[in-house]
Structures are given as C-alpha cells and as structure tokens.
Design a binder for this molecule. Structure first.
Ligand code: SAM
Length: 344
C-alpha cells in the first residue's frame, strides 16, 4: 500500500529511521530511553555519547554503538510505550485497560464514537486506531489545557491531525446533546469522575443496541454509576469487571511471575441502550435481608459536592505542571516528530 493511501500514521511506523522520529534505545542491561532523532544531535549518558546520525537511515531493530563501544538496540516505540512516556496532565488509561475498552465496547472500524474526558489523549489514540480514518471520534473535555496536551500527543503519534477526530471543550453532558443527533452514536466511552451525571445525555445520543462503557477508579464511583443505570431503565443490566496483568520473569529455569505489578488501575462498566420505550429484562433477584435500603444508601453515598479528585485519592495536577505538559506535547509536534513522512 502506498503512503498516500495507507491509514493515517501507518507509513511512519515503517522504513529506515528518519530525522524527527522518536526512537527507543535499549542498552545491554535492558534500560530504555526514548530520544527524538536530530541530525548532528547526540544521546549522552555516563557511558558516553551516541550520535543520532548513527541511527538515522538505519533499519528499525538495528544495534548501534556509542563512542565508548556501548551498544543499544533501536526500535520505534509502540503505542503502549508512547502513552506511558508522553507528556501528560491527567492520569492516562493504561494500555491493558485501553485494550479491554476497545474489545469489550466493540469499537469497530467506521464506528461513530463519543468520548469524555480527553485528559492526555491516551485513550483517544487507541479509539482513533480502532475506528480508523473512515470512522468518527468526537472527544469532549471540560478543560482547555488538557485538550491542548491531548492534541499534541495525538498529532505526534499520527504525524498530524487525524481525519476522524473532533475535540470540543465543555461538559460532555451539556455539549454532546447539542452537537450529536439523538440516537446517532454507536458507542459512548467515559473516563471521568461522575459518569452518572451523563446518564440522560448518553441515553439521548446512543443508538438502540449501542454500548456505553465507563472507566472509573473507585468502587464508590462504580456502584453509583451502576445503580443510576439500573434505576434509569433505558439500558440493559450493567456488567462490571477489572483486569490485572502480571508480567513474567523469563530466565533459564527461573520462570515465575514478576515480583511487582500494577495492581490497580480502574474498573470497567458496560451497559447497552435499549430500544425507545422498552422496559429492560433484569435478572430476577431474590430480595435478601442484606440488601441495602434507600436509607442505607444515603448514609454511605457521598453528597454531590464530595466527588472531587482529592476525595477519590487522585493526584491533583498543578496548573504549572499542566502548562509544561501542553508545551512539551506541542514542541514534540513542532520538532517534526514523524512529520517527514511524505518526503520519502
Ligand atoms: C482521568 S482524565 C481522562 C484521561 C484520558 N482518558 C486518557 O487516557 O488520557 C479525566 C478527564 O475528564 C475531564 N472531565 C471530567 N468530567 C468531565 C465532563 N463532565 N465533561 C468533560 N470532561 C470531563 C477532566 O477534566 C479530565 O481531563
């Protein structure tokens, strides 16, 4: 397939290394560094200096030596490497969860998808890959500064604007109903503090049978979202799960799970839109003595004002850090990372 007809970003993942590209260098001890290749530039460590020119023009997977003979293996970062090292403001959706979201929400090529919030754009990148150039992703973000970080990251990985992507600033629940036709959206993907506030908007824009997937960090958010969906009645019974990925150590006979792992990221919750006017079929549940009453719910459910990044234990990002992330994301694009794709 020629570069002109290949999907956005595909041609940048092939061929010899070009100036402006990000390259992952792995040394003999397995330590990784990502550098942006600049003609005449150098990668300095206490082990010496590696000239970028020794990498530019070489095939991917080459092994290059620095001025003291230390060797590095050079590869293009994969999407999963990129999202973990890209400039970020808010916490990103980890690749293990992005994979689950794409598969379990059935994000297909050509799908019409809406998403909020955008944060640093990690999930947007996976969603764009899944819907493809012929698809449609409309992302909503309430904070302009986050949207700037996301835009820079998306343009870096795709080498420019993606034809399927629109981003709007504002609260999802207010904006999506103004900008999308009722019943016109195939999939809704929410990663935010209070997805239950979006219930009406989701029910309005989602097509019958459409999938709504939520990514939340705590069980209190999970429970509140699930109960809101059940009480609303316009959706199927919600499903919830989490995924844990444990790496393995592989060395001779010492083959065992890694000692460390990312133990918790978030929970996923899906439900599907029923046809208009239909009452869902919920699994019959025997009333149990342990079931909670409305009164119980009141006592342990935080009031609306209590739902904040701080009360949910999220890291609060300072405005200064956010401005720096937006600047980093923009300068990666400006430096021309992946920009020379049409020149060869
Ligand atoms: C955890 S971050 C999203 C991370 C993103 N999914 C990623 O992978 O990089 C949550 C974002 O949701 C935004 N947000 C929260 N509530 C929102 C709402 N109602 N509408 C739009 N954006 C919202 C926040 O400003 C924040 O940027």
């Amino acid at each position: 397939m020629s570069p002109a007809t290949s999907p956005t970003g595909a041609d940048q993942r092939r061929g010899p290394f070009r100036p402006g590209e990000r390259v992952q260098l792995t040394d003999e001890k397995g330590r990784m560094n990502t550098v942006t290749l600049t003609p005449g530039g150098a990668f300095h460590t206490h082990k010496g200096l590696l000239a970028h020119d020794a990498v530019i023009g070489q095939p991917e997977g080459c092994v290059v030596s620095n001025d003291t003979g230390h060797r590095y293996q050079a590869l293009r970062p994969l999407l999963s490497d990129f999202v973990l090292s890209m400039p970020r403001g808010a916490a990103v959706v980890y690749p293990k969860d992005a994979g689950q979201i794409i598969t379990m929400a059935d994000i297909f090529p050509g799908a019409r998808v809406v998403e909020a919030g955008v944060g640093s754009g990690a999930l947007s990148i996976s969603l764009l890959r899944a819907v493809g150039d012929q698809g449609y992703l409309h992302s909503f973000e309430r904070r302009e500064e986050f949207a700037e970080v996301a835009r820079g990251n998306v343009e870096t990985i795709f080498g420019g604007a993606h034809p399927a992507w629109n981003i709007s600033i504002g609260d999802f629940q207010d904006e999506v109903v103004k900008q999308e036709e009722p019943g016109s959206v195939d999939r809704v993907v929410l990663d935010m503090l209070a997805p239950w506030e979006c219930l009406d908007a989701v029910a309005t824009v989602l097509a019958p049978g459409g999938v709504w997937i939520n990514y939340v960090a705590t069980v209190t958010q999970l429970s509140r979202t699930a109960e809101a969906i059940r009480a609303d009645g316009r959706f199927t019974e919600p499903n919830a799960w989490e995924s844990m990925v444990r790496g393995w150590h592989l060395e001779g006979l010492a083959v065992r799970p890694d000692h460390r792992m990312v133990a918790h990221t978030g929970f996923l919750l899906t439900a599907r839109r029923l046809a208009e006017g239909v009452t869902g079929i919920s699994p019959k549940r025997r009333p149990s003595k342990t079931e909670f009453s409305d009164e119980d719910l009141q006592t342990w459910t935080p009031r609306d004002g209590d739902w904040s990044p701080e009360t949910l234990g999220e890291r609060v990002v300072s405005d200064r850090k956010l401005r720096r992330a937006a600047k980093d994301a923009a300068s990666t694009v400006q430096r021309g990372a992946f920009k020379d794709r049409d020149k060869d």
